[in-house]
Ligand binder design. Structure first.
Ligand code: FAD
Length: 473
């Protein structure tokens, strides 16, 4: 039996990777916390419909690829078979385990978790509609809004067919379509396209801009694009989708080519992944005094405080980049600010990782940004063909690069493409946050043989030569 009215010090609305760490940190700092989310357990988009299920499926894709390529090592399994029900069960089990774990952690911390849909009635009151339809009221001193984001939709693509999917639909893995069109060459489209391609679908990617992953440095993206060109049916850039219609057994899609010519093609399914929109409307935010900008993000200061000083906003709803780890850091800052600690959200580098195979990761200043800012930098690159470790695992398709300040040799940016780039990038984030110079990376002894040596060897090239690359002067 739930009390109809609850008084709490800190209300957190939304239990994603922004909201639940904010609630946990506030509880750890001794505050009374109530966390409200529509799901049975905290977890948000990331755990239920984003980071986690996509990575579980990408793991399966990697296993498939490795099994197919093992013949090169003299090991043969034959063509792998796929039990789709079992794969779905694996993914759902992973999601259940992690969301259940977060629910347990919430109870251990005595965070009051309420499953329901919240709506602000006034600056200090949230009304919650519970799953059974009854309502309750939460009176709060402080609130943290962490309502996240949802896929961007395009009216011309809404044709009332379940063959046109968003990322949530694609993660449900309804079947292995014979052909799949991925609209949008960003990280979500490329990750999910990679899963379907590994399962056996003929995947086509269409991107309006001149290249996929347009905000990553071209030399890094090229390494991935080369691999994808072999695994995907095709990647069409500078190409626009004009519209689509449901036809027997598929979706007919109309395109405009880079030269401006219209053409049509039919696919078994379409995945629309053209970006995400903040969830800043429809839950009474206007009754709190918080202000939303023209892009739909809630405006916040460096402590993530909104225009209403007792209300904070974090995660996807509070601005780019829409990434889980950024949301978590903001959540901690908001909780610390509420507890009265001197704190600020002031990162020097936020890593971005594309979990394709190979992975692409970058952090800090990209070479592209340095050029746009006309900032004097030195860029060094270490090709993985020269890495002992990359060679032993048959993965010399990689590159590590550093963007170094020409004046003081500080590390400004790190970019890596290659297997496990997502794990390797953390050294770059730490280097930037600690104000490390290229010399610091060069003098740090890295274990041999590892892929991490590629960071050290890129740093060696700042003052001289990488040990395993010789460039004629
Ligand atoms: P969300 O995770 O969106 O959570 C918001 C929560 O608020 C939801 O649970 C929602 O139910 C709840 N909510 C909203 N309104 C209300 C209301 N009125 N009442 C009650 N509850 C409400 N990011 C990464 O960093 N790495 C990745 O690998 C990655 N992969 C992704 C893959 C996919 C397919 C997708 C879609 C996203 C991915 N992301 C990834 C992005 C990541 O999921 C988001 O950046 C992250 O979830 C944002 O966290 P958040 O706390 O802001 O909100």
């Amino acid at each position: 039996m739930t009390d109809n009215v609850i008084n709490t010090q800190v209300l957190v609305l939304g239990g994603g990777p922004g909201g639940y760490p904010a609630a946990f940190k506030a509880a750890d700092l001794g505050l009374d916390v109530t966390l409200v989310d529509m799901e049975k357990n905290p977890g948000g988009v990331c755990l239920y419909r984003g980071c986690i299920p996509s990575k579980a499926l990408l793991h399966a894709a990697k296993v498939l690829r490795e099994a197919r390529e093992a013949a090169e090592l003299g090991i043969s399994f034959g063509e792998p078979t796929i039990d789709l029900d079992q794969l779905r069960n694996f993914k759902d089990k992973v999601v259940g385990q992690l969301t259940g774990g977060v629910g347990l952690l919430s109870r251990q911390r005595k965070v009051r978790f309420i499953q329901g849909r919240g709506e602000f009635v006034d600056p200090h009151t949230l009304s919650v509609t519970l799953p059974g339809g009854e309502t309750m009221q939460v009176n709060f001193e402080y609130a943290v809004v962490a309502t996240g984001s949802r896929p961007t939709t395009i009216p011309a693509f809404e044709i009332g067919s379940d063959r046109v999917m968003d990322s949530t639909g694609a993660l449900a893995l309804p079947d292995i379509p014979e052909s799949l069109l991925v609209v949008g060459g960003g990280y979500i489209g490329l990750e999910l396209g990679s899963v379907y391609a590994a399962l056996g679908s003929k995947v086509t990617v269409v991107e309006m801009l001149p290249r996929i992953l347009a905000n990553g440095d071209e030399d890094l993206v090229q390494v991935l694009a080369k691999q994808l060109a072999a695994r995907f049916e095709k990647i069409m850039v500078s190409t626009q989708v004009l519209g689509m219609e449901a036809v027997e057994g598929g979706v007919r899609v109309r395109f405009r080519s880079p030269q401006g010519d219209p053409f049509e093609e039919t696919f078994s399914r379409v995945l629309v992944s053209v970006g995400r929109k903040p969830n800043s409307a429809g839950f009474g935010l206007e009754n709190t005094g918080a202000v939303v900008n023209s892009k739909g993000f809630i405006e916040v200061d460096e402590q993530r405080r909104t225009a209403a000083p007792h209300i904070f906003a974090i995660g996807d709803v509070a601005g780019e980049p829409m990434l889980a780890h950024k949301a978590t850091r903001e959540g901690h800052v908001a909780a610390e600010a509420i507890a009265g600690h001197p704190t600020a959200y002031d990162p020097m580098a936020i890593p971005a990782v594309v979990f394709t195979d190979p992975e692409v990761a970058w952090t800090g200043l990209t070479e592209m940004e340095a050029q746009a800012q006309k900032r004097p930098v030195q860029v060094t690159r270490f090709p993985w063909g020269a890495s002992g470790r990359a060679t032993t695992i048959g993965r010399s398709d990689g590159l590590t690069k550093l963007v170094i300040d020409s004046v003081n040799e500080r590390v400004l940016g790190v970019g890596i493409v290659g297997t496990n780039a997502g794990e390797l990038i953390s050294e770059g984030v730490l280097a930037i946050e600690m104000g490390a110079t290229a010399g610091d990376l060069e003098l740090t002894i890295h274990p041999h043989p590892t892929l991490s040596e590629t960071v050290m060897e890129s740093a060696e090239a700042v003052s001289g030569q990488s040990t395993h690359v010789y460039k004629r002067k």
